[in-house]
Unconditional design. Structure first.
Length: 424
């Protein structure tokens, strides 16, 4: 189940979102950005797994940073984590709506997206075990779907299609493509937030993290090569309405009729992939916000469990309402970028925390230790800072909005800490 959750959180990144990076950097630009991001995630994930196994707490980055770097930094890491997990699902909901719209063109995308929110918020309120079993099932189907897609399109992939207009915006396009390369792997760290609910978490977390990462890297490479190589990158980015949130159907549609069984099967299986990430990230977001409320670093309303199901129902409902507001913006790329900003912030703090905790608590039991310490977390930290700089430079206004959210939340936190409490 941990493998299923780790892959499930992320697998939607293969079905949509990453193709928007082709518009920024072309095939070569996004390829270089993706190679950079893979190295970042390998070093980051192994370092983060050490924290997850040593401190198996549902708060994830919040708990790790609080213990290693203090309460203030812990709050900042936790808030960044909340932003990542809360704003990733609306982007996926857009894609669910886009895939469903291929079957029912007369129904607005946003209606499908909102319905998905209601259904899966209800599922997560019902219980963690039901949600985790469902996640394992849909993730397995989604992986099979990507393999099926690759078998169909890879024979049609050519070097000409991969190299055509490969770097349309020059070197600058590489940096602009970074957020969409990160989307291939965004959310894998959410596995750590389930540490308190796993059996033998210190062993299970390390195996789950690393096996999930290996699976995702493999799927990323075959999906990217097959989709772009089949007809060139423009064919999976642009449609009659502008840019598309359904690149894989566009790729396979070049070789099969839109009413054929293969095309329709891919859309159905693609929905499994989107639902896997949507459900999994909602699960992680609920527990991340719940931890904030439980420890009273935010409104205690978020820290209340459902009286019957013992799940973080209040946090899940609040996250759904925020998701509805994000859906109204109608801008998938900006919602993705906002989530990426939160992710990179918590990654950066966590890598500093790995090094600081080794010095602060050298005797702490660490069932999994990051290899080649301190080089792995240091390499990850440098790459994360470069990625964060690139995202900020190419999304300045959105980055300022993100900083405003963090600053306002931190101000409220300091007021509470100084004795002025929020009414729940």
């Amino acid at each position: 189940m941990v493998w299923g959750l780790g892959v499930g959180y992320v697998i939607s990144g293969n079905y949509f979102g990453w193709n928007l990076g082709l518009e920024k950097g072309g095939t070569l630009g996004l390829s270089i950005a993706t190679g950079f991001v893979i190295l970042m995630y390998v070093t980051f994930t192994m370092s983060y797994a050490e924290l997850a196994c040593a401190i198996p707490r549902a708060g994830g980055a919040f708990d790790y940073a609080k213990r290693s770097l203090g309460a203030d930094v812990g709050f900042l890491a936790g808030m960044a984590q909340n932003i990542e997990f809360i704003f990733a699902p609306p982007a996926i909901a857009f894609a669910i709506g886009s895939y469903m719209n291929l079957f029912f063109p007369s129904v607005p995308v946003i209606l499908f997206a909102g319905t998905a929110y209601i259904i899966f918020t209800t599922l997560n309120i019902y219980g963690i075990q039901a949600a985790a079993r469902f996640e394992l099932f849909v993730t397995t189907v989604a992986v099979i779907g990507l393999l099926m897609f690759s078998v169909v399109v890879l024979p049609h992939a050519t070097w000409h299609n991969l190299s055509q207009n490969a770097l349309p915006h020059g070197l600058a396009g590489i940096f602009a493509a970074v957020p969409f390369a990160i989307w291939f792997f965004l959310g894998i760290e959410g596995v750590a937030n389930l540490a308190e609910e796993t059996q033998n978490p210190k062993r299970t977390m390390s195996i789950g993290f690393l096996s999930a990462l290996f699976t995702l890297i493999t799927l990323c490479l075959v999906t990217f090569t097959g989709a772009v190589g089949a007809g060139g990158w423009e064919k999976i980015v642009y449609n009659e309405n502008g840019t598309s949130d359904s690149p894989l159907p566009m790729a396979i549609g070049q070789f099969t009729a839109s009413n054929g069984w293969l095309y329709r099967t891919l859309i159905i299986v693609g929905l499994f992939g989107l639902v896997a990430s949507f459900n999994g990230l909602m699960l992680a977001a609920g527990r991340s916000c719940f931890e904030f409320g439980k420890l009273k670093v935010g409104t205690s309303f978020l820290g209340r469990l459902h009286p019957r199901f013992a799940t973080p129902a209040n946090a899940l409902v609040v996250n759904m309402l925020i998701g509805f507001l994000a859906l109204l913006s109608g801008k998938t790329s900006e919602v993705i970028t906002l989530s990426v900003l939160g992710a990179l912030t918590l990654y950066c703090i966590s890598m500093v925390g790995v090094i600081a905790l080794r010095r602060k608590e050298p005797a702490l039991e660490r069932p999994f230790r990051v290899p080649w310490f301190p080089y792995f977390p240091m390499i990850a930290l440098v790459l994360i800072v470069v990625a964060l700089t690139a995202v900020v430079v190419y999304n300045l206004m959105l980055s300022l909005f993100y900083l405003l959210i963090i600053a306002m939340a931190f101000g409220i936190f300091k007021l509470q800490k100084g004795g002025i409490s929020l009414k729940s």
